[in-house]
Design a binder for this molecule. Sequence first.
Ligand SMILES: Cc1cc2nc3c(=O)[nH]c(=O)nc-3n(C[C@H](O)[C@H](O)[C@H](O)COP(=O)(O)O)c2cc1C
Length: 368
Amino acid sequence: MSSTTNLFSPTKLGAHTLPNRIVMAPMTRLRAVDSIPNSVMATYYAQRASAGLIVTECTMVSPMSNGYMNCPGIYSPEQVEGWKQVTQAVHDRGGKIFLQLWHSGRVSHPSLLNGELPVAPSAVAGEGTLHSPIGKVTLETPRALETQEIPEIVEQFRQGAVNAVEAGFDGVELHGAFGYLIDQFLQDGSNQRTDKYGGSIENRARFLLEVVSGVTSVWGGEKVGIKLSPSNTFYGMKDSDSQGIFSYVIDKLNPFNLAYIHLMEPNEVDLANRQVLNPVLPIFRPIYQGTIITNGGYDRQAGNNVLSTGDADLVSFGKLFISNPDLPKRFQLEADLNTPNPKTFYGKGDQDLELGYIDYPFMEIQTE
Ligand SMILES: Cc1cc2nc3c(=O)[nH]c(=O)nc-3n(C[C@H](O)[C@H](O)[C@H](O)COP(=O)(O)O)c2cc1C
């Protein structure tokens, strides 16, 4: 990569050619009433189609993977139909869109799961609270999955990938980050199993690698990405040797020839919580031979800087894409940015779906 590589340098991402290196990071917005994607969501994603790549909000692969009210799924025919209008709208604007496949694991509550306990590698509760149909609740101790149940969940991810093909996506990203099920299997703070899915680093990586095998059997490696967060402490995530487990996993991902790995840097809360790997990129760049998307707190200048070092190949932006549907244009013109309003990040029931979602203004383009 030359030192002039910047956010506007076109690039190959697996099987796709992208006009820029600006990725819209996956963001849960909780506007999918009854878990079915709708026309307001189609408008939201289409508004942001000038990103080199859009990664959708995390999306349930099964009813038991639910962690939030009104997040979308990809396991029912109605959900697949709903997503078709989203992919069509993005493609009509010339964009590319990957679906983020997700299982929440222990980050859930019986009130979101028809009264059942959330499932996890081990009966170890995550830390913190979440919003549920009965209000704000503390995370409870989940039920440890039986060994024979685990292949069923791998199959749900594979089926989600099949459904994503039907829904018209350009690829899928596995949510392996932020303390959800895949991450729960990886890290020994949440995985205390004694079967082939727990104990050694090799065993704790097994679930992730089985899911990657399942999903790449549908899409081929070149249209699959995975998001990992070695330094993220959400929901009490921790490991006794973060560098060891993540180095192993990232090395094992090399032969899959994935479209990319999406690597999170720690945020201020992670840095305040405890000592974490920081920065993440220089530790894992030498281990991974493929494409890396970096994420976490970037602006235009920081994005251009990291691309010029060659440590990352693309940069994803989260909150700035919430408030700036035309973020690439604004970056290109070094224009002012709209400020995101955290109060409307998440939808509240089926009211005001559009507020703080599709009403952020585009730049006014001077024609004269
Ligand atoms: C409202 C909101 C929802 C998010 N939902 C998801 C999600 O569904 N999946 C995911 O991997 N990350 C999610 N994230 C994290 C972002 O993808 C990104 O990692 C984070 O915002 C840091 O990037 P930024 O500093 O550019 O915002 C979410 C972030 C925000 C602000």
